[in-house]
Design a protein around this ligand. Structure first.
Ligand code: NAI
Length: 645
């Protein structure tokens, strides 16, 4: 048995002559593929070529997973396309070399296997996935505005067939071990206890590399255009090429250039030159780092809740409770009577059923964690208490007086209020420093952001614990100061009102919405107002701007009881949860700029007033709290330099 030990790689040969190659990137919790790591991998191949093994198994030395992908920190610092191309060329050649070695190769995949990590494993002859929930495979490059350039666009279609490959590459979706086996991404899916044996047997089996079926091979050859046309049709629905060139480039590079970006002429829209110059990739990488920054905000405390008590089983409280149960917490849910709690429990059961795709055992475990508690007996045990009752100060006062008397002394007391001042709510508490805002957005399951609100009296340790709790729920915490609308609603309000003013001036709702969807918003502002509820939009509008500025179109509808989606009509007529859009949008030119102006101005005001700590956090909050077009890198980033507007 011989050994080779480099900084990031270790090689050990066993009695059967198999080289067990372990990647264990130094000074890092996860394995990422930076230049140094890949240069060392070339040295590993050099050493093995000098004395070929009977087989080679690549595995991870990290508990966190296999390989998380490229080292984005390193690559985001490269500021010219020549530098990017040099890396693509080097790694393309390296993985080609791996594919061509004289001995059988196998990737033993346990935990995450993303981007460059999956491309590396695709260059191996075999892949074994360990059947655990943490095992996930994806090519998520498209989400960063780039293409899988190290062989993924060539090898994934060749391995799983082009339709499944396009689906993975164009969405960045993650595939678990069982599904990976089903689609042919891995040769075997095995439990952890037999993984090494399975790898050993397969790598020495002499079994040929998996080949596509004849039909799949045609679709990946002479009939490529069929898959490409279908894929393009899907992409057009989701992303405009001028804002998101990467998915189009993936299809083109696969269809016309055999998956090799280096063969794409510099003038072609799929070229690395074009993608680099266009700018979206840099902005999406920025958004990725902003997300990392929000995640890190949860690390200020090692607080971990076991039991959450939620009061108010309405729209918000019911969904917050369900989300907490889904995340493994014990949840007691209180309201004024069992009949008010029952609908929330029913909704939770439906949500769990969808989430676990009918896995009854998982659904039952989650349901067991969610306990109806009309008497509020959970208050005394809870680590976190979240109030989500009517937006009424007197009601909240009565509740918090009682809570403070019964809660554990170190339990976090939180309110989900949208518009009341934390200082006012906390005025009845003996220790108002315990109170913090944990402001979820509707719909809870879909919105990644949660504002964590610091009142004048909130204790710093409580504030840090609340952020750690939000991370425990796998949401992104945004620390904000207690002020009307916090950040997200303060920014959305003026934008929605401006959109309604456009309707006052004669634009159709369809036109206004189309302008913003073209810009890259997930939903137009008028449809969003209808979804939130026009009564709520009116109350927020009044609170933020004063009565005089409320648009006529809004006042008239609220007066007529047309409150939007929930009442069946607002700006749109709502049928089966969808807005009926009749008019074809007319000329939308200039509308987006007009609507964005108040949004950007409000974001700047929030930064200036210290409601959010800096411009980057504000951009992060607006992107993750409203879905603001990610290709821009955020409103302040996008409009930097237009301060005077
Ligand atoms: P909701 O009206 O749907 O639900 C409130 C629930 O609280 C009702 O089921 C009611 O029976 C219960 N309740 C009232 N007083 C109670 C008491 N003393 N003890 C126990 N239960 C009591 O209200 P929604 O929309 O869920 O809002 C709740 C809170 O969340 C409010 O503070 C609101 O500002 C905030 N919020 C609402 C959002 C929304 O989109 N609806 C978004 C973010 C925050």
């Amino acid at each position: 048995m011989s050994e080779l030990s480099l900084r990031h790689w270790h090689v050990r040969r066993d009695e059967q002559g198999i080289a067990w190659v372990t990647i264990d990137v130094a000074d890092s919790a996860a394995n990422t593929l930076g230049s140094e790591v890949l240069l060392e991998f070339a040295q590993v191949l050099d050493a093995l070529e000098a004395a070929p093994p009977t087989g080679m198994v690549i595995q991870s030395g990290k508990a966190a997973g296999f390989i998380a992908g490229a080292d984005l920190d390193e690559y985001s610092k490269i500021d010219d396309v020549a530098g990017i191309k040099a890396i693509v060329a080097r790694n393309w050649a390296l993985f080609d070399r791996l594919e061509a070695v004289a001995w059988p190769t196998l990737a033993l995949i346990r935990g995450h296997c993303m981007g460059g990590g999956l491309e590396l494993s695709l260059a191996c002859r075999y892949r074994v996935a360990v059947d655990e929930p943490a095992t996930r495979m994806a090519l998520p490059e498209v989400m960063l505005g780039i293409t899988p350039g190290w062989g993924g666009m060539l090898r994934l279609p060749r391995t799983v067939g082009p339709a499944a490959a396009m689906d993975m590459m164009l969405t960045g979706k993650q595939i678990d071990a069982k599904r990976a086996k089903r689609i042919g991404l891995v040769d075997e899916c095995v439990p952890p206890r037999v993984m090494e044996n399975a790898a050993r047997m397969l790598v020495l089996s002499g079994q040929p590399r998996r080949e596509l079926s004849r039909v799949q091979a045609w679709l990946n050859g002479p009939l490529k255009f069929l898959v490409a046309t279908g894929a393009r049709r899907q992409v057009v629905k989701r992303a405009r090429q001028e804002n998101y060139p990467a998915p189009y480039a993936i299809i083109d590079t696969w269809q016309h250039f055999n998956g090799n970006s280096l063969d794409v002429p510099p003038t072609h829209p799929a070229s690395l030159e074009h993608i680099f110059a266009q700018g979206t990739a840099r902005n999406l990488v920025r958004v990725f780092f902003l997300q990392q920054r929000l995640k890190a905000l949860g690390k200020g405390s090692d607080f971990a809740a076991k039991h959450v008590h939620v009061i108010g089983a309405g729209v918000m409280g019911g969904d917050i409770a369900a989300w907490c149960a889904l995340r493994g917490l014990t949840v007691t849910l209180q309201d004024q009577g069992i009949e008010r709690i029952a609908p929330a429990i029913k909704r939770a059961a439906q949500g769990f059923g969808k989430k676990y795709r009918g896995d009854r055992k998982q659904v039952r475990f989650a349901m067991d964690r969610l306990i109806a508690d009309p008497d509020g007996s959970g208050v005394a045990q809870a680590d976190v208490i979240i109030e989500a009752i009517f937006e009424n100060l007197d009601a909240k006062h009565a509740l918090f007086r009682d809570l403070e008397a019964r809660a554990k002394p170190d339990a976090i007391l939180a309110t989900n209020t949208s518009s009341l001042k934390l200082e006012d709510i906390g005025s009845v508490l003996t220790r108002p420093e315990r109170l913090v805002g944990i402001h979820f957005f509707n719909p809870v399951a879909q919105m990644p952001l949660v504002e964590v609100v610091e009142g004048e009296h909130t204790d710093a340790a409580v504030f840090a614990r609340a952020q750690a709790f939000v991370r425990q729920l796998d949401k992104l915490p945004l620390p904000v100061k207690s002020a009307p609308g916090f950040l997200v609603n303060a920014v959305l309000g003026p934008y929605l009102l401006e959109a309604m003013r456009c309707v006052d001036e004669g634009h159709s709702p369809e036109t206004v919405d189309a302008a913003m969807v073209r810009f890259g918003m997930p939903m137009g502002p008028i449809e969003l107002a209808d979804t939130v509820g026009l009564d709520i939009a009116m109350a927020t509008g009044k609170a933020l701007t004063g009565t005089s500025k409320v648009p006529r179109a809004l006042q008239e509808r609220v007066a007529a009881g047309k409150l939007g989606r929930k009442s069946g009509a607002g700006f749109y007529v709502w049928e089966e949860g969808r807005a009926r859009k009749d008019d074809l949008p007319d000329n939308v030119a200039g509308l987006a700029e007009r609507l964005l102006e108040p949004l950007v101005a409000a974001t700047r005001r929030c930064v200036a007033a210290g409601i959010v700590a800096d411009a980057d956090l504000a951009d992060a909050g607006v992107i993750f709290g409203t879905g603001f077009a990610p290709w821009t890198g955020g409103p302040l980033h996008h409009f930097a330099g237009s301060e005077s507007s």
